[in-house]
Design a protein. Structure first.
Length: 209
């Protein structure tokens, strides 16, 4: 009985010590200590990634959420001095961010489906689809070199954001932005050159996750 009580007391002391050390770490991060921030990331990112993967069922999205959350934590680091339970705080904000990402993806997919249906309807009215494909090629040729590379690797090579980023030595966010801008430019080009027709090119661009 005494041994059990002793073990319980030791456990409480250990937990209190860990809490104290974590609080000190949070205060260091709040003051702008980058080394402390790296320690915080190393201590929590793997477990957080598993948690987010269970929500998103996507390793790539889970990785993106974890990165976004820790970037946000660093950007708002001063607020860490008021956090008492960092693990609970971390899991709440990451869950909220993951759910927002899933909602955004769902909306994008619905939008793309509608645009694809609208685009196919217009294409079916075209007497000469060759004109459409020629304009599409021209639009791609008119893209700035880096946008063109990113677009072709995504559309024709079917590479994901991370794969394109690694191949071109760009950040994942830069790849995503280039794809979005390229799609807008291609859509505008084709629409402008198809007199009187409303053509939507969502079918040639996929939001890869």
């Amino acid at each position: 009985m005494l041994d059990i009580a002793y073990d319980h007391e030791q456990g409480l002391l250990t937990k209190a010590t860990q809490t104290h050390h974590e609080k000190e770490l949070l205060l260091s991060v709040a003051s702008g200590d980058e080394h402390a921030f790296r320690r915080l990331f190393v201590a929590h990112h793997q477990q957080l990634g598993v948690h987010i993967y269970r929500i998103t069922n996507s390793a790539e999205l889970a990785e993106e959420v974890v990165q976004d959350v820790f970037v946000k934590i660093w950007m708002t680091r001063e607020s860490l001095q008021n956090v008492e339970d960092f693990k609970a705080y971390l899991f709440v904000i990451s869950k909220n961010h993951a759910l927002n990402c899933l909602k955004k993806i769902a909306k994008e997919r619905v939008k793309i489906k509608k645009l694809e249906e609208a685009g196919m309807g217009v294409l079916n009215m075209e007497q000469d689809n060759g004109m459409y494909y020629n304009l599409l090629d021209e639009a791609i040729d008119h893209l700035p070199p880096q946008q063109q590379k990113v677009y072709l690797l995504s559309r024709h090579n079917r590479l994901k954001y991370a794969e394109i980023a690694e191949q071109l030595k760009l950040s994942r966010e830069t790849v995503k932005k280039y794809l979005q801008i390229a799609t807008i430019n291609i859509t505008d080009y084709v629409r402008t050159h198809l007199d009187g027709f409303t053509v939507v090119l969502a079918a040639i661009f996929y939001f890869k996750r």
